[in-house]
Design a protein around this ligand. Structure first.
Ligand SMILES: Cc1cc2nc3c(=O)[nH]c(=O)nc-3n(C[C@H](O)[C@H](O)[C@H](O)COP(=O)(O)OP(=O)(O)OC[C@H]3O[C@@H](n4cnc5c(N)ncnc54)[C@H](O)[C@@H]3O)c2cc1C
Ligand SMILES: *[C@@H]1O[C@H](CO)[C@@H](O)[C@H](O)[C@H]1NC(C)=O
Ligand SMILES: *[C@@H]1O[C@H](CO)[C@@H](O)[C@H](O)[C@H]1NC(C)=O
Ligand SMILES: *[C@@H]1O[C@H](CO)[C@@H](O)[C@H](O)[C@H]1NC(C)=O
Ligand SMILES: *[C@@H]1O[C@H](CO)[C@@H](O)[C@H](O)[C@H]1NC(C)=O
Ligand SMILES: *[C@@H]1O[C@H](CO)[C@@H](O)[C@H](O)[C@H]1NC(C)=O
Ligand SMILES: *[C@@H]1O[C@H](CO)[C@@H](O)[C@H](O)[C@H]1NC(C)=O
Length: 573
């Protein structure tokens, strides 16, 4: 293996628009058994040319918090970083940081003792700030020629660790920010559309659409990327019951393939690739450089929030109210609405519930049985609803700014049939989870992704029967690695199985799930898995792109120090 890795000798990363590599490197011929790591050749030398340390990916951002590190320890800079850590921008504006802390191995952690060393660990080693498709092509060729692990990175929101990796060379899509609104016409769709560069985030797409009197499907979280893992993995948000999932809106993708070719995938060109990209998960079929999606006219919208707690009432009464809340969710989907909510041991809150095209009168009528129950039983609560002239206004006013999700997770798609036929068991299962340990929270998003006609794409078929996507979260501890591993294990082995048992044949949303999900091919992709794998092998026959739990990722095994090696038992097709 060492002979495969006489690489990484000199890697020169230059700023935007002048991506170039200066090489004193051997070329690779056959398919080597393992990807190279920077420490393989003696004396790694990095030449970084460019405007500032900002684009130096080799330095984790928490380096300023450690004495034994790449940069000088700086108390005030460290304090600043600690106080901004929860904000997504702290990570998506950096070339290597990711938001889900478990995938950093705590190798360079702003909250640990300054005397502990800061190492690169599972962060990518280098980042190319791609601005054009040509930058992407060059980087793909470079990584292939030198047997380096490419990592496609957009915002770093991914909760399964797909946008980082030890020894990785990141192709950073964040600064591809072009947006255009257009009239689109094809045999499959005529109407307005939005074309977004790979780096455009939800809030940027929302703003551009709103200026044109339009709405787009985007995340409840403003900062997720539109064209990356979000739409490629399905993509839920508060317009889903109204018009479908984000993946359902896509008209075409511009994508650089593993062989470096830039193609456009649509229902007529590369239809198999088009099908796979719309729902079959990010990071594996190629590097998307733009996405063109349907837009819809703006519309008046009702949005509201509700919260209630167990304070001063019997536990059973509180959970009866929880049950009643869940019982009204089908009617919200039927009204074209969606809701984001969370449940802890003591509180349930919706943040918010939104009915695009609906009114507060309709909203009140859906919630009135629950409000009456809360009043009759002296359950402390707040309830608020308003009519907004546009969906955009409702979203801006009612959806809180999201922090990163620094939690340990499990996830499950809950079919409507379970809510309608097995409500008591479902509520009891929720109760057992939140009563198990302090700090456990269940977050749900209520949608109906099959209320309107949806195209043939690779979205996990379980989504179409789903009334709510629920995530079980536990607090991540930045100072107790073993404790985190134990809690993740608790989620996998103890907390999720009863929910799985209650929802046979369903699955989990590949973007919001347990990174250790068992039988993940079926859970995340359903019966589409084999077709997706065939498409992956067709367009990436040498398995250049790897992401954890992505289609085709079985071809690789993560070994010591995070190095990727080809799986021995796995036959390449
Ligand atoms: C706080 C928070 C809120 C969230 N809210 C929502 C929500 O409301 N709705 C929802 O559906 N999901 C939500 N998610 C989950 C979100 O969909 C995933 O985290 C998703 O992976 C984000 O995609 P990204 O491109 O922004 O992130 P990244 O982490 O940068 O990338 C995610 C994956 O996509 C791949 N990828 C990125 N760009 C490209 C590209 N151009 N071409 C090919 N592959 C690419 C990466 O390799 C990686 O595998 C949320 C997550 C967090 C942390
Ligand atoms: C490696 O391959 C590139 C492109 O195919 C070629 O230009 C270069 O000369 C090769 N280098 C070596 C050392 O063989
Ligand atoms: C620490 O960082 C601050 C802010 O960037 C800077 O003003 C200060 O000089 C630094 N201190 C040291 C000891 O380098
Ligand atoms: C969000 O993150 C910020 C910055 O780290 C932090 O100050 C704030 O308490 C967090 N908010 C919540 C609700 O967790
Ligand atoms: C509900 O929304 C209103 C209006 O945005 C806000 O003032 C209030 O704090 C929210 N209440 C809860 C419980 O989130
Ligand atoms: C849940 O809340 C109840 C009362 O509010 C409390 O007695 C119990 O200890 C809590 N359980 C957990 C796991 O936090
Ligand atoms: C979604 O809406 C359709 C049409 O109203 C309905 O037939 C279906 O049962 C709903 N599905 C879910 C999961 O709510």
């Amino acid at each position: 293996m060492a002979n495969d890795c006489l690489v990484w000798k000199r890697l020169c990363l230059l700023p935007i628009a002048t991506v170039a590599f200066s090489l004193s490197i051997e070329n690779h011929t056959a398919s080597p058994a393992c990807r190279c790591m920077p420490q393989d050749p003696a004396g790694l030398e990095i030449i970084y040319g460019g405007d500032s340390t900002k684009r130096w990916a080799g330095i984790p951002i928490a380096s300023v918090c450690h004495i034994d590190s790449f940069t000088t320890y700086n108390e005030s800079q460290c304090a600043q970083l600690q106080s901004n850590w929860g904000f997504p921008a702290t990570h998506y504006e950096s070339p290597s940081s990711v938001m889900a802390p478990i995938f950093t191995d705590l190798s360079c952690n702003p909250f640990s003792l300054k005397t502990l060393p800061c190492t690169v660990g599972n962060y990518v080693r280098y980042t190319v700030d791609a601005i054009t498709a040509a930058h992407v092509q060059k980087t793909i060729h470079f990584a292939a020629r030198h047997n380096i692990r490419p990592v496609i990175r957009n915002t770093g929101h991914d909760l399964l660790g797909k946008s980082t990796g030890a020894g990785g060379l990141a192709i950073w899509m964040h600064n591809m920010k072009d947006i255009s609104i257009m009239d689109y016409s094809s045999p499959h769709y005529s109407g307005t559309a939005i074309k977004v560069g790979a780096g455009v985030q939800s809030f940027e797409g929302n703003d551009a659409a709103h200026k044109a009197g339009l709405v787009i499907v985007s995340g409840s979280c403003r900062t997720v990327g539109l064209a990356g893992g979000y739409s490629q993995g399905g993509g839920h948000g508060q317009l889903v019951s109204h018009v479908g999932l984000a993946a359902d809106q896509v008209l075409e993708w511009e994508i650089v393939l593993a062989n470096g070719e830039l193609v456009t995938a649509s229902p007529t060109d590369y239809p198999d690739l088009y099908w796979a990209l719309a729902g079959g998960g990010g990071g594996t079929y190629g590097v998307v450089v733009s996405m063109t999606s349907k837009t819809y006219p703006e519309l008046p919208t009702a949005s509201g929030n509700l919260s209630f707690s167990d304070r001063g009432v019997p536990r059973d009464t509180f959970f009866s109210a929880v049950e009643m809340f869940v019982s009204i969710l089908p009617s919200i989907g039927d009204a074209g609405g969606a809701g984001v909510w969370w449940l802890t041991n003591t509180t349930l809150a919706t943040t918010p519930t939104t009915i695009p095209g609906g009114t507060s009168t309709l909203f009140d009528s859906l919630f009135s049985p629950l409000i009456a129950f809360l009043q009759q039983n002296d359950i402390q609560h707040t309830y608020y609803v308003d009519d907004f002239p546009t969906y955009y206004d409702a979203f801006q006013t009612m959806s809180p700014l999201d922090n990163i999700t620094d939690q340990l997770l499990g996830g499950r798609l809950i079919p409507r049939s379970v809510v309608e036929q097995n409500l008591a068991d479902l509520t009891t299962t929720f109760r057992k989870i939140v009563e198990r340990n302090t700090g456990l929270v269940i977050s749900g998003i209520t949608v109906n992704s099959s209320r309107v006609a949806y195209p043939d794409n690779s979205v996990n078929p379980a989504w179409r029967d789903t009334l709510m996507d629920v995530v079980v979260g536990a607090t991540f501890d930045y100072t107790d690695w073993d404790g985190n591993i134990a809690i993740q294990q608790l989620i996998t082995d103890i907390l999720m199985p009863p929910l799985e048992k209650l929802t046979p044949g369903s699955g989990a949303y590949l973007n919001e799930a347990d990174p250790n999900q068992r039988d993940w091919q079926q859970a995340f992709y359903g019966d589409n898995y084999d077709d997706l794998l065939g498409i992956k092998r067709k367009y990436d026959p040498d398995s250049r792109f790897y992401a954890s739990k992505a289609v085709g990722s079985e071809a690789w095994t993560v070994t010591e120090n995070g190095r990727l090696c080809r799986s021995q038992s796995y036959q390449r097709g």
